[in-house]
Design a protein around this ligand. Structure first.
Ligand SMILES: *Cc1c(COP(=O)(O)O)cnc(C)c1O
Length: 374
């Protein structure tokens, strides 16, 4: 019997090495990794710049705790908020932790407790983040949950308006629901949220744990909408494979998170920060973003050309193929053919290559996808 809890339905492959988009198992079989460890490996496996950052920093200093000043955290925070309306960052270790911080900050700042979230959303597995998540399969068996959250259908303006009252602290959403099916916020819904938040003084929390850090072709996905978050959360792609999360907020929120209000032992430790800074130095340049957008268009055109019967959804290099039946059997077949994929919801095949993927690798992936889906 396994010494592990069986809380994951693991696929029976043991990976031993990766480089760029390629990953190799213990039998020597090569795969194209179009999961990126679920949108984590922004620069692919074992990128030389990240290897170097870890090597150099690990010889100097790994950990000090947040008892002491950190110019490196300052620099990372400055890079994250540069050319945005956001002003401050708090560093943690995961997406769920970033969302916990966001929920706490929104409640503390407003003195209110209700937070509106959406069906099919995913915000993480800790108690607050799980309660915020709009999927019963994530929550079943763990109740009673926090009764703070009011969950309504995504992109439904009337239903959203019907749950707004004076108790609402915040509206919390993903610009593209990554786990829930690659569902994009509509321009009309984004406008309605903006109007409601402005007129009622409600905070806007955007969960960019999956969509952020250039994944969708802009540094943050909200930049492609009218939405202006008061609070934004990040994790996955930020560390390129090293665990780090962040919560960003506007200057108006600064005083609500004073000394002693919130914290974490590991959050923003020098090793994690050195890696994240290296990731951002690479993926936040306009040249890099242009390449992501070019590869995205190339990928989209190829998919539409070879799979005209399918709807392709998403943005940048967070794309989805909508199937009329379950996605899992196709994903299993692709794996046999050497292409790693992950589902989004029951019937969407999610495509999340490293942002450094080449057009040749996109061609190879499309060939495998077309042979399986045709
Ligand atoms: C993955 C994810 C989370 C949870 O992140 P963890 O690091 O697994 O805690 C939260 N929100 C979104 C949108 C995600 O995709």
């Amino acid at each position: 019997m396994s010494s592990l809890f069986q809380n994951y339905a693991r696929r029976p492959i043991h990976f031993v090495q990766g480089k760029g988009t390629l990953i190799v198992d213990d039998t020597g079989k090569e795969y194209l990794d179009f999961t990126s460890g679920i949108a984590v490996l922004s620069l692919g496996h074992a990128h030389p710049a990240i290897v170097k950052a870890i090597q150099q920093q690990s010889e100097k200093l790994w950990h000090t705790s947040n008892l002491f000043e950190s110019p490196e955290q300052e620099q990372l925070a400055t890079t994250l908020v540069k050319d945005t309306h956001l002003a401050h960052a708090f560093f943690c270790n995961s997406g769920a932790e970033a969302n916990e911080a966001a929920i706490k900050l929104a409640r503390k700042h407003t003195g209110k407790h209700a937070i509106i979230t959406f069906e099919k959303s995913f915000h993480g597995r800790t108690f607050g983040a799980m309660s915020a998540t709009g999927q019963d399969k994530i929550k079943n068996g763990f109740g009673p949950l926090l009764d703070t959250f009011r969950t309504v259908p995504f992109n439904d303006i009337q239903q959203l308006e019907s749950v707004i009252d004076d108790e609402v602290a915040a509206i919390m959403l993903e610009v593209i629901q990554g786990e829930g099916g690659v569902n994009q916020v509509t321009p009309e819904f984004a406008q309605a949220i903006t109007d409601i938040c402005e007129s009622k003084g409600i905070l806007l929390i955007i969960d960019e744990v999956q969509t952020g850090i250039s994944r969708t072709g802009t540094r943050y996905a909200y930049e492609q909408t009218v939405l202006k978050p008061d609070i934004m959360t990040l994790a996955k792609g930020l560390g390129g494979g090293f665990p780090i999360g962040a919560m960003l907020g506007t200057s108006a929120l600064h005083d609500s998170f004073g000394p002693g209000t919130h914290g974490t032992t590991f959050g923003g430790n020098p090793l994690a920060v050195a890696v994240a800074q290296t990731v951002l130095n690479n993926v936040f340049t306009s040249e890099f973003l242009n390449e992501v957008n070019e590869k995205s268009s190339y990928f989209l055109d190829k998919l539409k050309e070879t799979l005209p019967a399918y709807t392709i959804v998403g943005s940048g290099l967070l794309l989805g193929i909508v199937c009329s039946d379950e996605a899992a059997p196709y994903i299993a077949e692709a794996e046999k053919a050497g292409l790693l994929l992950v589902a989004a919801g029951p019937n969407v095949i999610r495509l999340l290559p490293p942002l450094t993927v080449s057009t040749e690798e996109i061609d190879q992936a499309v060939n495998i996808l077309s042979s399986i889906l045709k």
